[in-house]
Design a protein around this ligand. Sequence first.
Ligand code: UN1
Length: 504
Amino acid sequence: MPTALQKVSASFAPQRNLIGGEWRKSVSSETYASTNPARTSDIVGHFPFSTKNDVDAAVQAAAAAYPSWRRFPTPQRGTILRRCADALTAEKEPLAQLMSREMGKTLVEARGDVQEAIDCAHLYAGFARIFGGQTLPSELPDKAAFSQRKPLGVCGLITPWNFPIAIPSWKAFPALLCGNTVVLKPAEDSPACASAFGRVLTKAGVPLGVFNIVHGDGEHTGAALVDHPDVSAISFTGSSQTGKIIAEKCGRSLKRCSLELGGKNAQIVMPDADVPLALEGAVWGAFATAGQRCTATSRLLLHEKIHDAFLDRFIAAASTLRLGDPLNQRTQIGPLINAAQRERVSDYIRIGANEGATLRQGGKAPGGKLKSGYFFEPTIFADVSANMRIAQEEIFGPVCSVMKFKDLEEAIHVLNETKYGLSSSIYTRDVNSAFVAMRDIEAGITYINGPTIGAEVHLPFGGVKQTGNGHREAGSAALDFYSEWQSVYVDYSGKLQRAQIDTE
Ligand code: UN1
């Protein structure tokens, strides 16, 4: 990578916590290194390993900023969000380059990630002038009734590395619009992106203490945030395993929590599908971001009539994808995020082979120059049956399990036969099949003639079953999580009017 680019990245992301508008070291002075997954000798920066005391300081700063932020007129909060959109737009390229370097998605995808954050800021800035409740008739004379939304207080946001700017924005912008203040605990694999995001927000005029960042791991820093008595709500995106721990902790203190967890998304290809289109969709859905999206296509369900020919073309397309440095414009697939993740993906290759699936493409880390990072070849398993672990468990890597089906009913049954229900897709030219799929698929997101990835920020995002706990991010749905309803009755009759009491 050119040195000039490194300079841009380093100065762009303060290697500290953001607390009350100041960039502070951890009280422990302990730090950890964030490295480039495509070239592990390249250290992006050293970030604080925050303790309970740092988390407490951040929550106190957020709590201190809350009373005035809560009373800021909502349209003015919207104006600040619009400035955030403008500042993110101005910094889009350095942010995208930093992201490619720190977490390995290709530059075009990294630009898309920043664009999602920009779109999200515009969306909630727009909501600022229509954010409100309902005016309703009262049962009684001379009495008014309406409802209004109120903020929750301090919201703790715990975010993953795979969308290191988009996901913090999905959580922070609706939270801020509703009048909450925020403490963000970003993933330890993408701290520079989070710091850069914080720097842009601060520059855009988000008042001191309204948006705070504490770096660190989940076990210590994240747990301290979840356990903090002055945090009113937790929004988490990550693994189902961690999600269950967070839900349990929040349950004990009745803290509101939103969980966005795993997926095992499938694309169905019907015999009447536009085959080149379905093929392009499958390649992009399965291998973009090296399969490290919770919406990635990790199962491909092919009708028996087209199965063999489609599979051959899928293998041919996957085998020509160019792996390499994500900052290189020609690269199509970047590395996995870290050594542990590459180990996990390799384990699933062994598991699939032992279960009797046929490895038709990839299945290993490439050699040569690519040994400098955590690369893994795009991998395809064929002859997969629905109960195999590679068809049931989230792998979070460039691995796609291909299955054969006889008719639409069987395809939908197999698609639904996992504990998850995030995204789904069907390629068909038959309108009846499309509507049956929309009716019977159990998933929070369904695409017709599009891949399982690519959700837009103004629609609800989230899944059913063990993908989450019933909340949705993005769109107007996120506002329901970050606010409470207050029903207000104004009796202007001047006398006691008893509701629901029968009178003669
Ligand atoms: C995720 O992987 O957690 O729909 C989010 C998509 C992206 C978001 C993915 N817009 O693929």
